[in-house]
Ligand binder design. Structure first.
Ligand code: FES
Length: 256
């Protein structure tokens, strides 16, 4: 018995998976290829793709690494919604078929692999690391209370999976928008009691293509698999940006 039938016999059920195939250097548009795979209770979409790659078609390309919702590399569009393939179970889509496409709003490199260069560049703009003014690091740790940790902990859960960019209609229309994850990560550091870099991040965040492009559709927070709530982070920073602008107008001219 081939491996595919042997696995299917555990539940006796199978599911059709329609996978987007595209090689932009050779083909003018994507097509769908359908594969029949075993429908096992413990199989995520990623397990299904791994089965296709290992047993049925070794030419399929997609990204993954940790298989446990941590590395953020397996973001894909599953039946029209941005999902982590390793955290989305095939049984949710039974009896099928289930459609797997690359993340929307990103150029396709091949099949389900997208070009993440734009996001990486935006990430570096917001300097997502602790910025300090002291020249020498202290002898011990920078201490922090549990309350201070709670201020930014939610935003620190971001795994850079880019599901929020794929869900965001503003980013879909305007590639210059800084976008949900980059802004949430900026807030992760702005709200950290050990950080002194909020002023350095302000220019990028408070520009038109920063927080002000967001119209609060909120789909980024719906799509986020880690409960980061980037839409909330953006609205919170709008308040900061507006307050800082008012403060700068109230300041005597020579000190602006
Ligand atoms: Fe790492 Fe899915 S493989 S998050």
């Amino acid at each position: 018995m081939d491996r595919s039938r042997e696995l299917a016999s555990e539940t006796g059920r199978r599911i059709a998976v329609q996978v987007a195939r595209y090689r932009p250097d050779r083909e003018s548009e994507p097509t769908f290829q359908e594969y029949e795979i075993p429908l096992r209770k413990d199989w995520a979409v990623l397990d299904g793709l791994n089965h296709i790659k290992d047993e049925l078609d070794g030419t399929l390309s997609y990204r993954w690494s940790c298989r446990m919702g941590i590395c953020g590399s397996c973001g894909m569009t599953v039946n029209g919604e941005p999902k982590l393939a390793c955290a989305t179970f095939l049984t949710e889509y039974a009896p099928g078929p289930v459609r797997v496409e690359p993340l929307r709003n990103f150029p396709v490199v091949r099949d389900l692999v997208v070009d993440i260069g734009d996001f990486m560049q935006k990430l570096s703009v917001v300097q997502p690391w602790i910025i300090r003014e002291d020249e020498e690091p202290p002898d011990g740790e920078y201490l922090q209370t549990p309350e201070e940790l709670a201020d930014y902990k939610q935003f620190s859960m971001c795994i850079n999976c880019m599901l929020c960019y794929s869900a965001c209609p503003i980013y879909g229309l305007n590639e210059h928008f800084l976008g949900p994850a980059a802004i949430a990560l900026a807030q992760r550091y702005n709200l950290d009691s050990r950080d002194e870099g909020a002023a350095d991040r302000m220019e990028a965040l408070s520009s038109q293509t920063g927080v002000w492009d967001c119209t609060y559709v909120g789909e980024c927070s719906v799509a986020c698999p880690k409960g980061v709530d980037p839409a909330g982070a953006i609205q919170r920073y709008k308040l900061t940006a507006a307050t800082e602008t008012i403060k700068s107008f109230l300041m005597p001219r020579g000190r602006r």
